[in-house]
Design a protein around this ligand. Structure first.
Ligand code: ADP
Length: 439
């Protein structure tokens, strides 16, 4: 709980400023106490000295009281008889009971400021600061230097704090500009866990993601160029050979066949790339046809007959009747790709099992072959674009089949899982949820 509240920058700021205010008010309070007390004490001593002078002059000279008071008065203090009736009424004792020659120190009104009273004969003399001088005026004039120092210390502390708070914001600002310029390598150091610390960590994560995406993008372009380069080079090579002439009929047929095959591969590749990029930009299934999935799968097996006949594949087909609302054309692509792969990676005379069953909330299609299988390194990568496992390098294909399957199933909120053992076979399990009214 404690660390949680301290993580909030607002809490930190409030605590800091409260501490700052407390420290500075304490310091200035103590200082003003010391100064005011000192000044008052000093005034009292000065007034007592004047009182002593007056008593001395009174005892040793013949000067009149008026003259004595004139001599005793200074630039700071005024000594004069107290005649004001109000002030006389405020005395601690009636004037006639005041002991002669004794000085009384008065701190309160109406004896404004610090006043010393002295009884000479019947007259009460007051020694006080001249009106232009006050205790506070004197104290203030002495403490302005200290006040300046407090302000300076406060300013330094505040600027250190402001710098500490603002530094990560300045860093983030500069880093954002770098990102905008396309430099994704940037990472900011942070040890703090408050909101700014979290913002910095999220910024770092964003930069890493952007860098990863940039890498994927570059990688995609590199793969596309590579996939196109090979068939184009082969078409070019065989076309040159054809140009040369003096070829036998069988050579010409062979070269022409290769050119036709490679062009078909190129056209297949480009239509797959276009299809995938369209699907990647699509967020929902736009068409929802209600059709029989089992029929569709059967039709796909028939469509691929030329492929499996060559390999004398055997089939074990167990399809429950299942109506499904989805994009019929896209889902056909799923079965063609999966069944096509099963045939491609099967041995001569191998068995392929296809099953469709109803499960809770949806439909499950299982496709199992006894073909080449995949090793543990290949399995996690088969849904990456352009990825082809070792066993596939020699055979035709572009590594876009399974990414297409995955994307189409994603759009239908479906899932695909694979289990495989090298040399033993592969099993793909596709789960398609039946969409509810709200979907
Ligand atoms: P390709 O065009 O190469 O078949 P895919 O995306 O369809 O591309 O498949 C990617 C890789 O997954 C293949 O190169 C292969 O290594 C592996 N693969 C897919 N299906 C199977 C299967 N039934 N048996 C073994 N390996 C498979």
């Amino acid at each position: 709980m404690r660390s949680l509240t301290l993580r909030k920058i607002t809490v930190k700021l409030v605590l800091f400023f409260t501490a700052l205010i407390m420290v500075s008010s304490l310091v200035s309070f103590i200082a003003s106490m010391i100064f005011a007390y000192n000044v008052e004490n000093e005034i009292r001593l000065n007034q007592q000295a004047i009182a002593r002078t007056i008593l001395e002059l009174e005892a040793r000279t013949d000067l009149s009281l008026e003259e004595i008071l004139q001599i005793a008065s200074t630039f700071m203090y005024d000594a004069e008889p107290l005649r004001d009736a109000d002030s006389l009424a405020q005395l601690p004792k009636p004037p006639d009971q005041l002991p002669p020659g004794e000085s009384i120190f008065m701190g309160e009104r109406p004896f404004h400021g610090t006043t010393t009273l002295l009884k000479i004969g019947d007259t009460v003399v007051q020694i006080r600061l001249r009106p232009q001088n006050t205790t506070y005026g004197i104290a203030a004039s002495r403490s302005w230097r200290s006040a300046l120092i407090y302000v300076a210390i406060g300013a330094v502390l505040a600027s250190v704090l402001a710098r500490r708070i603002v530094r990560p914001i300045i860093q983030l600002n500069a880093a954002t500009k770098e990102i905008a310029r396309g430099h994704f390598d940037i990472q900011l150091a942070t040890e703090s866990h408050d909101e700014l610390g979290q913002l910095t960590q999220n910024f770092n994560r964003m930069a890493r993601e952007l860098k990863h995406m940039e890498y994927l993008h570059k990688d995609f372009i590199a793969s596309v160029s590579h996939e196109f380069k090979t068939p184009i080079a082969s078409i070019q090579g065989f076309a040159r050979l054809l140009q040369k002439g003096n070829l036998s009929d069988s050579e010409r047929d062979e070269y022409t066949r290769i050119i036709v095959e490679e062009s078909a591969r190129l056209s297949h590749l480009s239509s797959n790339i276009i299809r995938l990029s369209k699907l990647e930009n699509q967020e929902i299934v736009s068409r929802k046809d209600l059709f029989y999935l089992d029929e569709q799968i059967r039709k796909c097996i028939l469509l691929l007959e030329p492929e499996w006949e060559k390999k004398a594949i055997e089939w074990d087909i167990q399809l429950d009747r299942a109506r499904y609302p989805g994009d019929e054309e896209l889902l056909q692509q799923v079965w063609i790709n999966l069944i096509g792969n099963a045939i491609k990676f099967s041995r001569q005379g191998g068995l392929i099992s296809v099953a469709l069953e109803h499960i809770a909330g949806g439909i499950r299609v299982t496709l199992e072959d006894q073909g080449a299988g995949m090793d543990q390194q290949t399995i996690p990568r088969i849904f990456e674009k352009f990825y082809q496992g070792d066993a596939a390098h020699s055979s035709e294909g572009s590594g876009l089949g399974l990414p297409l399957v995955k994307r189409i199933l994603d759009l239908h909120n479906g899932t695909i899982q694979v289990t495989s053992q090298p040399g033993e076979g592969t099993c793909f399990t596709v789960d398609l949820p039946i969409p509810t009214e709200n979907d």
